[in-house]
Design a protein around this ligand. Structure first.
Ligand code: AMP
Length: 397
């Protein structure tokens, strides 16, 4: 269990409560195309409203790189949040985030009112965790609540710096839920415990592989990174994505799995094409590839092998697609893993955010999973065994 104070441990009646949410939602032509993160933030917001707090919400959206960019304004989020909450969410449209609009809006608040500040990354200090913006944010608040799991692996003004200038800093329900699910899965799993890792590169998942080999019964590897393992084992992988600097590391991990008695599964076949494109012929290869071919998905035998390995699992954690799932010709492996997980009964199934979460939701398996994390990078760092700065900054229980 997370040993941090939460919104259940404080009395916010009449207090100005600054809540760092993760409203980093995809937008198209000013419309929100996936509102999962807004919905996930509602329990904390509703609780603070019900308790009579003056609820001041803040978040980043995209990467405006320290400048006001109208297309990355949080204005559309205020509109949708008003609908979801069934009450007005006043938007404070200050390009400097904390400006005359924000100050006046907060000044005018009654208990239970909600104000949303502008994109915190309009300010260049935000991602550098600089004192000036942390103090500006804190000047509006008596209490700080961090409910933004998606940025918990970063130390920015709006989730870490600000905590130094308020008396009380706690976590929200979403943060608590994310850490509890991921923490329990990794530290106290019902066994067999299976982890599935995919995505493009070994280099970005080194620490995750290493850490999970100490915890799991089975580790399944797919995606681009399996070709570094295949090459390290002496196979010909043609033009597939390979990180030559990590061949020794791949062999070390294979050895570590043997030493630990972990069942490390790597693909036995691959779907290959001559170009990184959905418009060229493709076929399945077992064993060596031709020099001009590249592996873009796991093959049917591997799909069956992985689905079989998942049978009977009691805890499953998945991060990263099995192939280039954005292209329909190379999506079958990712779909097969999502389906095998969705079919599990009586298992804790956790999707570690990012591409795998998008894939699971698009395929309509979202409801079948125990937990879909709202943070890809944050859940990955959590799986590496790192302390997340955004969580560490909250008051201890
Ligand atoms: P990551 O950000 O490391 O989780 O990687 C996700 C990306 O990996 C997705 O955009 C996939 O298209 C890509 N990917 C998965 N399998 C492969 C592959 N075999 N070759 C190249 N890219 C891949």
């Amino acid at each position: 269990m997370l040993n941090k104070k939460s919104v259940d441990d404080i009395n916010v009646k009449g207090q100005r409560v600054l809540v760092r949410c993760d409203f980093n939602v995809p937008l198209k032509d000013g419309k929100i195309t996936d509102e999962n993160r807004l919905v996930a933030a509602l329990p904390t917001i509703k609780k603070l409203i019900a308790d009579g707090g003056k609820v001041i919400l803040c978040s980043h959206l995209g990467k405006p790189k320290g400048e006001p960019k109208p297309e990355l304004s949080l204005a559309p989020v205020a509109v949708r949040l008003s609908e979801l909450l069934g009450q007005d969410v006043k938007f404070a449209a200050d390009p400097e985030v904390i400006g005359p609009n924000a100050k006046a809006a907060v000044e005018a608040m009654n208990d239970g009112d909600v104000v949303l500040l502008e994109n915190t990354r309009y300010r260049a200090e935000e991602t550098k965790n600089e004192e000036s913006f942390s103090k500006d944010l804190a000047s509006l608040a008596d209490v700080f609540v961090n409910d933004a799991f998606g940025t918990a692996h970063r130390a920015h003004c709006s989730n870490v710096g600000v905590t130094q200038y308020v008396d009380t800093a706690v976590v929200g329900y979403l943060m608590q839920k994310e850490i509890d699910f991921l923490g329990n899965a990794v530290e106290n799993p019902k066994r067999p415990f299976v982890a599935i890792l995919g995505g493009s590169k070994v280099s970005s998942k080194i620490s995750v592989i290493n850490n999970l080999l100490d915890k799991v019964d089975t580790l399944i590897i797919g995606g681009g990174m399996c070709f570094t393992f295949a090459k390290a084992a002496g196979e010909k992988v043609g033009k597939s994505l390979v990180e030559d600097d990590y061949l020794d590391y791949a062999n070390e991990m294979v050895q570590k799995a043997k030493d630990k008695g972990v069942n490390l599964l790597l693909p036995v076949d691959a779907v290959v094409a001559k170009e990184f494109s959905n418009d060229v012929p493709f076929h399945t290869v077992e064993g060596d590839m031709a020099d001009d071919e590249m592996g873009l998905d796991i093959g049917p035998k591997t799909q069956a092998l992985y689905a079989d390995a998942l049978k009977g699992a009691k805890t499953v954690v998945w991060n990263g697609p099995m192939g280039v799932f954005e292209m329909s010709n190379f999506a079958a492996g990712t779909i097969a893993v999502a389906k095998a997980m969705a079919d599990l009964e009586d298992a804790v199934t956790i999707i570690g955010g990012g591409d795998s979460a998008a894939a699971v939701n698009q395929l309509g398996y979202g409801d079948k999973m125990t937990h879909i994390s709202t943070g890809g990078g944050a859940s990955l760092e959590f799986l590496e065994g790192k302390e997340l700065p955004g969580v560490a900054a909250a008051n201890d229980k």
